[in-house]
Design a protein around this ligand. Sequence first.
Ligand code: SF4
Length: 276
Amino acid sequence: MRIVIAENRGFCSGVKRAIRIAQENAKGGKVSSLGPLIHNRHAVQELEEKGIKVVRGIDEIEGKVLIRSHGIDPKLFTELKRRNLEIVDLTCPNVAKAQHYARSLSEEGYEVVIVGEAEHPEVKGLLGFAGEGGRVFTPNMKVGMRVGVIAQTTSDPDQLIGAVTYLLPRTNELKVYNTICAETLRRRLEAISIAQEVELMFVIGGKNSANTSRLAEVCSRYVRTYHIEDAGEITPDLLDGPDSVGIVSGTSTPEWVIDQVIKKLRERRNQGDEER
Ligand code: SF4
């Protein structure tokens, strides 16, 4: 069995940065993360063991408050400051750039349309920067004549193209910022390329991770694909038949989780060689 492993794997730069700074802060006393720092239960568990507590609301905060890589609504930021909380802002620089464009488009009088998942924390934060007219793109939405578009950093580029195609004939002026993060795009292109050359694909990452789910979706267009959180989900029957397997991962998947999947597949391959 041939195993093809993506070169772009493990944490992305934004997640690495957030984890490094969070851990440094945890050494000096209590820290609370406003929501899970990243969308991966293995990583969140590890961080909790290092003293980073996940809280759901402002009233639960103890010690310093960590703003995760997804960023937050500026109104929430103001409220944290009002309460004199010590803030450690881990907003990914790519997300901060999207927030900046949302705000500048709104200030220039554009109706801001965000391409992404309405329920995702990054998009909820972006809406806060997009001013009163800010909305998440929906098919058949009605818009005014001057529209500014940004995308959730982990969006599928096809979604952004689809939204622009829809909006173009319905506006007089359309300003588009491509805010999709380059790391997301690189992983997507590599995933598509691997999916085209193997018979089975494993996409590793949290079930609650938006970028992992999108990788799994795009791979499934080409080949039988399983979105798994760890090696424990690979049952022997899944490996009966295929001669080649591809492995890709989301941007919030720890390297050790990927290594365990690789190890399991290699063991299976070696076992197969012995049987032959
Ligand atoms: S996927 Fe891109 S935008 Fe999101 S945290 Fe990673 S580097 Fe930042």
